[in-house]
Design a protein around this ligand. Structure first.
Ligand code: PMP
Length: 763
């Protein structure tokens, strides 16, 4: 006879005993069949705290009222009248307890209907009303890893999640919990809660919830945590989670009306519970891989966490308010008012869409507008590693709270970031100058080139754009050739865009890059002055995502240098791994520039730019007046820039840009073969252009491109249009964009094209 059998016989006087070990998170549970009844026997490794907690838990259980529609485990007495006993098992002290087994169906095994879920919510509310009456100092003092009040215990397990992007999602939701929930939570109603009202702890009879077991997580906490946890388990294995949440909430709210402030944070509470759950599952997977109990919720939890990310907090809150019959959520400025307010800033300010979008929040590749729409961001390249990426946000917040100063002092963040950044460049590029925007970087790069070559003459690319400063405008054909632009200045030489789709050398000519380069060299010769600097992007964004024809820079750079000029690559759009195959755009052309301009994605939206140059150019520049930028390279910018580099590496975002970008382009190529209004699909990685043309021609179709852009917006997808005819769809999403996201964009584009074809057929 085993120790357990002996113990049970001695304590509970059983005739025949069958003992079966059943799952448990961190203790051992046994199903025990006596001569007439069933029990659950629980053993826990002894600790004083646990003993006190189990006493408190038993007291809560004993305080509950029971009837046939309200079943809870009944603690059984040991022979000495106590409910807990400390026994030595396998040489170790264990606390033991016996609970009467309730022989009903688990929610996990029942057929789920909306009515059942409403009763799930209702039963929890009834239980909460009962628990309201219980008091326990032990439970008030309890520190439980599952309790959201002690969510920080699980932070240590984030590292056990194998996928780096998944780790970031969890960190994002913890950060939201810290900023959206914790500062407000002290004002919320609190009481003893069950704390783990899940499908394995809820009992069902005749399509109604009739009981709850496992009070192991009972604790004293904000009531909204109880509801958030229950709502997670009401829907996490379902296809349309919100529908199930609504049913459960309806049942709960009918008995305990949910307060407005609780509804405002429920989204974040649910997400935090899921975050704790996936962290602990990841930890279990590492430390106790055979513990199925710990792992079986993991898949569902991830699915729901990602679903919450997709739909966002605003849509969720709107639905919750509706169910609880609370006043509607206040939307930010309505469109018209916003437009009016923009007049105060400047009517020149360029805002996307006729009815601009009022944005309230964003996370990774999703943006959430004030009306509650979750918008797939297939357009914005500034939030390079994802909107509000927690690692970048944390880096900025921590540094901002520690030291932020101008560059007149020494601080380690600058050199540490500069070294990391320069490690990404070819050996000849050794010095970095920090500024606060791509424009400031372009301006500075040109000044440095002038200082080095002692020339002002500059060769620029047709349709190129480099910035909004005086110099930026002078070297940007996109601006100076605009109908309202100032025109080209005499020291500026403009060369034809080496465009293999629209250009004079056609799309099939393998030598077109060389031919364009030769043309440019001929133009240089005719130009009165010797060229001091040549500036171009590797893919001309404002030109309509036009990659420079193969071999162009390889032929042109030596010619520039041969006549004493320097070469500037504007990597504001193309840098930092976006192109997939390459970290920098110039690498695609097999050249190394003398100066590189960086901006936009550098600090994920925090204003930061830089010029990276050779030693020689830096030395020439050092001959002139001192260089000083108040904010350029400040500790906060450097900390955030460094975080961006780290995330690109940890989450393998360059590789993701390659994989998802190739897939995205292949889907678009598929559409091109079916719709003759797609003239060209081009780009690299997640920097893509789709040229929209009149059917079967290469004539630009601006009207259709605008129509597509607006239809995608109506379907909650952001892209933009650009190019000299504004007929090129541009997609350059955050690099965490997934294949699923790419498919969503292309499926939507397909629907728009199909409806466009059928609507024009009748004309
Ligand atoms: N260069 C390029 C290629 C750009 O696309 C831009 C911005 N669109 C800039 C420079 C200027 O950057 P910023 O707007 O940050 O000043």
């Amino acid at each position: 006879m085993t120790v357990l059998q002996e113990l049970l016989q001695a304590e509970f006087n059983f005739e025949a005993i069958e003992i079966k070990k059943i799952g448990g998170y961190d203790n051992a549970n046994y199903s025990v069949i006596g001569d007439s009844s069933k029990y659950i026997f629980k053993t826990y490794v002894f600790s004083k705290d646990l003993l006190a907690h189990l006493e408190a838990e038993n007291e809560v259980l004993l305080s509950l009222e029971r009837n046939e529609k309200c079943l809870f485990p009944v603690p059984e007495k040991f022979s000495d009248g106590s409910y807990l006993k400390v026994v030595e098992i396998d040489g170790e002290q264990h606390i033991c307890r016996m609970l009467a087994f309730i022989d009903e169906q688990f929610l996990a095994e029942a057929n789920h209907s909306q009515a059942l879920l409403t009763s799930f919510g209702g039963f929890l509310a009834e239980l909460n009303l009962q628990l309201q009456k219980a008091t326990s100092y032990t439970l008030q003092a309890r520190e439980c890893e599952w309790d959201l009040q002690y969510y920080h215990f699980s932070l240590a397990y984030i590292k056990d999640i194998p996928n780096a992007h998944n780790r970031s999602i969890v960190e994002y939701f913890y950060r939201q919990f810290e900023t959206q929930v914790l500062p407000r939570i002290s004002a919320f109603r609190r009481q003893i809660i069950h704390g783990d009202y899940n499908e394995g702890n809820v009992l069902v009879k005749n399509d109604r919830v009739v009981g709850a077991i496992d009070f192991g997580d009972v604790t004293y906490a904000p009531l909204v945590y109880e509801l958030g946890i229950a709502l997670v388990y009401s829907c996490y294995d379902k296809e349309q989670p919100l529908k199930w949440i609504a049913s459960a909430l309806k049942g709960y709210n009918a008995i305990i009306p949910v307060e407005e402030k609780e509804v405002e944070i429920l989204y974040y509470v649910m997400a935090a519970r899921l975050a704790v759950s996936v962290c602990r599952s990841a930890h279990s997977r590492k430390t106790d891989p055979d513990n199925e109990h710990a792992l079986n919720s993991e898949k569902h939890s991830w699915k729901l966490l990602k679903y919450l990310l997709r739909i966002g907090p605003i849509a969720t809150e709107k639905m919750l308010r509706e169910v609880c019959e609370l006043p509607k959520r206040k939307e930010l400025l309505a469109d018209v008012e916003l437009q009016k307010s923009l007049q105060v800033v400047s009517p020149l300010l360029s805002v996307s869409y006729k009815n601009p979008i009022v944005m309230e929040k964003a996370a990774f590749q999703y943006m959430y507008d004030s009306a509650g729409n979750s918008i797939l961001d297939a357009y914005n390249n500034i939030p390079h590693v994802g909107h509000c990426h927690p690692k970048v946000v944390a880096a900025g917040q921590i540094q901002m709270a520690s030291l932020n100063t101008n560059t007149r002092y020494l601080y380690p963040e600058l050199s540490s970031y500069a070294e990391h950044l320069l490690s990404k460049f070819p050996k000849s590029l050794t010095k970095v100058f920090f500024v606060n925007s791509g424009s400031a970087a372009a301006d500075l790069a040109y000044r440095m080139a002038c200082a080095h070559t002692r020339r002002k003459s500059v060769m620029v690319m047709e349709h190129g754009y480099h910035g909004n400063t005086q110099i930026g405008m002078e070297i940007s054909d996109y601006k100076f050739s605009n109908a309202k632009g100032a025109g080209k200045q005499n020291h500026v030489l403009k060369v034809a865009i080496p465009d293999t789709y629209r250009g004079v050398y056609g799309s099939e000519n393998p030598n077109s890059g060389l031919k364009y380069a030769k043309d440019a060299i001929a133009q240089m010769k005719e130009f009165g002055d010797e060229i001091g600097a040549f500036i171009t992007e590797p893919i001309i964004g404002c030109g309509g995502q036009v990659p420079l024809a193969e071999g162009y820079l390889r032929a042109l750079y030596p010619a520039i240098r041969a006549q004493g000029g320097v070469c500037i690559s504007d990597e504001v759009q193309t840098g930092f791994g976006r192109l997939g195959d390459f970290f920098w755009g110039f690498e695609a052309q097999g050249v190394v520039p003398d100066l590189v301009i960086l901006g936009k994605p550098m600090a994920n939206g925090h204003p930061m730019g830089a010029v990276v140059v050779t030693d020689e150019i830096a030395a020439s520049f050092a001959q002139g007046v001192e260089f000083f930028s108040s904010f350029g390279g400040n500790p906060v910018s450097c900390a955030m820039g460094k975080a961006v580099l780290e995330v690109i590496e940890e989450e393998k975002l360059q590789e993701n840009a390659k994989e998802v970008g190739d897939y995205y382009q292949s889907l678009l190529e598929g559409l091109k073969s079916r719709f003759n209004v797609i003239g060209d699909v081009r780009g690299s990685g997640l920097f893509i252009g789709v040229e929209i043309v009149k059917p079967g021609t290469d004539e630009p179709n601006t009207v259709l491109a605008q129509y597509i852009k607006n239809e995608l917006r109506n379907a909650n997808i952001l892209i933009s249009t650009d190019g000299p005819f504004d007929n090129v769809l541009k997609s350059k999403p955050p690099l965490c964009f997934s294949k699923e996201n790419a498919k969503e964009v292309v499926d939507c584009l397909e629907r728009v094209l199909v409806s466009n074809v059928s609507s024009t057929e009748g004309n």
